[in-house]
Every structure is written in structure tokens, then in C-alpha cells.
Design a protein around this ligand. Structure first.
Ligand code: ADP
Ligand code: MG
Length: 295
């Protein structure tokens, strides 16, 4: 189709889209960059133009620099959005995790998992151990790593998820929730075992595992060894079927040990050698935590 009107009359200025016939170039550029959703180029073009002039950079290199800035920023915004959508109760990473504190945990395996290839294989992870040993921290760190690698993530507690499922069923939007839960690349279900489920709750949770089976990765953390999972799900057969699906392709993180919370607070309370007047004690700053320690 031709852009000109049938009677071939020139298009009147007042019928042109606003902004294309009047206004300064800066105003137009601002408008167009907003419309194209290029906020970083909008913010940086003037500063980068001055830099380019100073450094004698040509137009192509100038444009390239701007486009690269936009791409870097866009990636950062996408990761931030994924982190928001994951609904982590806190953002934690491996940087702040002290592997020395939990010798039962296979550090090499965790670091390998942090590369997220298990998500491509749709493998599951189960972290088992007593309270306070860093299971939630590991779950959050793996979740963050997945967001940074570009996977969609959802974080929830087992009790929270069952509650959500029951509520969705009552409000006749269960299918939609089940579809959303099946679609997410990594689902993290924290704290399985603290609260036993009703029969309906256990069945709904079982369905989530079934629907995700070989479709997406699931991380489960639990304070209970597998033998005791029946006490949470009620029915033995249901528990067996669930474990069957969950453990088909699974990495088990064994996290039994002393509670990090308890040992940390005990360390804070214990008088140091300096305080009790040990002359051989030397004060030092822990490079990781910044904490003052004595040797
Ligand atoms: P769990 O989920 O196993 O009960 P959490 O992950 O909630 O334990 O850990 C309790 C607290 O201790 C959290 O603030 C967590 O960040 C911290 N923590 C636990 N283990 C470690 C560790 N090995 N290194 C650093 N922080 C830890
Ligand atoms: Mg926890």
C-alpha cells in the first residue's frame, strides 16, 4: 500500500504524528528513545558523546558503546525482575556461605550445582539436615544463581505452597496455579517436614511434584530423613510415589551438623582469650567476616 493519499495531496503538517515536524532534536530523541524503551541510551548518550568527542571516536564506535551499555543494563534489569518474581524471603549467595562450618556438605557438589546445569537436565536437589545448618541459605543461593543464569525461579515453603494450593482450589483457580508451578524452571520448596499436611494438602503437593516430573527442577529442603516423610504426607503409598518421582534424578545434599545460629551466638558470648588475659593471644581480623578474632 502506498503511503500517500489517494488524491495525492501532500500530507498536511497537522496530521503528522506529533513531534516529527517540530521541537529540538534533543526533545525528539528523548521521545523516541522512551518509545523504543532504551532508557540507558537516553541517560548516557550525552555523556558518552562528550567522551567520544574527547577520545576522537567515530560515530559507529559511539553507537556501539551506547548499545552495549543498554544491553548490559537490560540484562541486569531482567535478572532483578527474575529475583523479584522468585519471591525469595531474603537474597543470599554462596559468597556469604561458610563451607567450613558444615563439613557434612559436599562443597564440590554444591559449587558444581551453582553452575545450574542440573536445571537443563531437570534434575532435583534435596537438602536434608537438622535445623540451622544452612539449608535455606543454600536453597536461596542456588535460586539466586539460577536467576542470574536466566532461569525462572519460584521460592516457597512447603506449608505456604499447600496453603496457596488449597486457597486456589477453593477459589477455582487451581489449574492456573498448577500450570504456573509446572512452568517455572526451578521451584524451591523449603522446610518440608515442619508441618504435617491434611490428606487434601498432601495430594495437592503430590500433584505439583507429578506435574513437574522430568519437566523442571525442584529443590526441597527438609529436617526429616526420608524414612520420616510418611509422617508429613500421611499416606505411605503417596509418600512412596512422591519419593519415586523426586529422587529419580536427584542430588542429595547432606547437611547434618551443628546449628550455625547456635554456634555463632555461642561464639559471640564466649569470652575471648584476650578477655581472660591470655598473654599469648593475638588479635586478628577475620578477612571474610571482618570479625575480630584471637589466635
Ligand atoms: P536451616 O534452613 O538449615 O534451618 P538457615 O539456612 O536458615 O538454616 O541458617 C540459619 C542462619 O544461619 C541463616 O541466617 C543463614 O544465613 C546462616 N547460616 C547457616 N549456615 C551458614 C554457613 N555455613 N555459612 C554462613 N551462614 C550460615
Ligand atoms: Mg530453613
Amino acid at each position: 500500500m502506498s503511503a500517500t493519499k489517494k488524491d495525492d495531496k501532500p500530507v498536511a503538517a497537522e496530521t503528522m504524528p506529533s513531534g516529527t515536524t517540530s521541537g529540538t532534536p534533543q526533545l525528539l530523541l528523548t521521545h523516541h528513545l522512551k518509545q523504543l524503551r532504551l532508557p540507558t541510551i537516553l541517560r548516557e548518550y550525552d555523556k558518552v558523546a562528550r567522551e567520544a568527542a574527547r577520545e576522537g571516536i567515530d560515530h559507529t564506535a559511539y553507537l556501539l558503546r551506547l548499545v552495549e551499555l543498554e544491553l548490559i543494563d537490560r540484562e541486569r534489569r531482567v535478572v532483578e525482575r527474575r529475583i523479584r518474581q522468585a519471591r525469595f524471603p531474603a537474597v543470599k549467595s554462596f559468597d556469604t556461605f561458610d563451607f567450613v562450618a558444615i563439613p557434612s556438605l559436599n562443597k564440590m557438589l554444591v559449587l558444581e550445582l551453582s553452575r545450574c546445569e542440573y536445571i537443563l537436565r531437570r534434575d532435583n536437589i534435596i537438602a536434608l539436615g537438622n535445623s540451622g545448618t544452612g539449608k535455606t541459605h543454600i536453597g536461596l543461593s542456588l535460586g539466586l544463581a539460577a536467576c542470574q543464569k536466566g532461569f525462572s525461579v519460584a521460592f516457597t515453603t512447603a506449608a505456604g505452597l499447600v496453603h496457596q494450593l488449597m486457597e486456589a482450589r477453593d477459589e477455582r483457580r487451581l489449574l492456573k496455579l498448577q500450570r504456573d508451578l509446572a512452568a517455572v524452571k526451578l521451584l524451591i520448596i523449603d522446610e518440608l517436614g515442619y508441618v504435617p499436611f491434611s490428606t487434601a494438602g498432601a495430594e495437592l503437593l503430590f500433584e505439583v511434584f507429578s506435574q513437574r516430573y522430568e519437566r523442571g527442577s525442584t529443590i526441597v529442603t527438609s529436617n526429616l530423613p526420608f524414612e520420616e516423610w510418611t509422617s508429613v504426607f500421611g499416606a505411605e503409598r503417596l509418600t512412596g510415589a512422591l519419593l519415586d518421582r523426586l529422587t529419580h534424578h536427584v542430588h542429595i545434599l547432606s547437611m547434618n551438623g551443628e546449628s550455625y545460629r547456635l554456634t555463632q551466638s555461642a561464639r559471640r558470648r564466649k569470652p575471648t582469650a584476650m578477655e581472660v588475659g591470655d598473654p599469648s593471644a593475638v588479635e586478628a581480623v577475620d578477612p571474610d567476616t571482618g570479625e575480630i578474632t584471637t589466635r
